[in-house]
Design a binder for this molecule. Sequence first.
Ligand SMILES: [Zn+2]
Ligand SMILES: [Zn+2]
Length: 387
Amino acid sequence: MLKQAHAISEELIEWRRDFHMHPEIAFDLHRTSKIVADELEKMGYRVKRGVGKTGVVAEIGDGGKLVAIRADMDALPIFEQNETEYISQNTGAMHACGHDSHTAMALGAALLLSKENLPGRVRFLFQPCEETTDDEGKSGAQRMFDEGAVDGVDYVIAQHVDPLSPVGTIAINEGASGGGVDTLTATIHGRGGHGAYPHKTVDPFFLLAQVINALNGVVSRRLNPFEPAAVSIGSIHGGDAENVIPEKVELKGTLRFTSLEVQRQIREEVTRAFEITKALGGNYELKFEFGGMPLINDKHVAQVIEGVGRDLLGEKGVHEIHKSLGAEDFPEFLKNAPGAMYTLGTKIDGREVYELHHPKFDIDERALPIGTAVLVETAKRFLAESA
Ligand SMILES: [Zn+2]
Ligand SMILES: [Zn+2]
């Protein structure tokens, strides 16, 4: 399979560079999704356009089990600072998360699978808007899920490039491998007044200081230390003048967790932290918004991917995922069927490492056929195992 994937290296690079040069953001993926859908039709797939706004769903084969392969297609609002010949032509937009390569590799996998006699079906999920959400707070995966993109699916797999790991490796884990997200929005109410008469006010900054302190204790003092979690405040706004104590302070933050039970506990403890404001004469409003599910890789699916990795890349070609509480919207697709996401080593040798979302992010394109081969081989194994 690796040989077959190497044979289409030129196509993979051509697709990847074309998407890289013409990045599109969020759900505005009209050019990208048209190219993807046209290519898939040429390969003989049954193609549905406009799923989840600008997503593309394409299926091939008959009967048997149904394996889904997901690729995200959206770029980021970043000014690219690379000096390659394929630098972004769309100023202010950049494929800094490698979704250009995810799309190219999935197209390559589609091409190779179209030449196989499959004992089942493969469905491709080309999704928009992984990086952000629309006005109603829904990401591309959520939109596609709502429109039935994974109905009837038996397994779902996906990959993400990893700029820290060398070409020729993949990483895969069973169980929790990425964070779920809640967004916190809050207002702390005090009573305003003159900065010279603090005793006549209820200073919302004083209340805030106690709340922040208590928030920092949520993970360190209230949760089981074996449970990964994070509580981070990223925005605080309040006051205008140096000698005026304002009425209120507003804050926003992010909560991360790897189980819904821990999510429930964090919400409870964060609420308790804000209750301090009442004991000190103030008050608060607090709102949590659910941002996404944690990534829990299915054991069996992870084992199959691991086996494929070892067979194609050798013992040293498979390692443990760099776990983080960073979030992905891929877990949305796992609400119907078991699945897993692995990472693909794309580190460029002899160059400083620029991580995902950096304006100098790039990949070693020699990883493209490897990711393509792993997708194809994994899909084939699921179909063979159930045939
Ligand atoms: Zn990203
Ligand atoms: Zn990404």
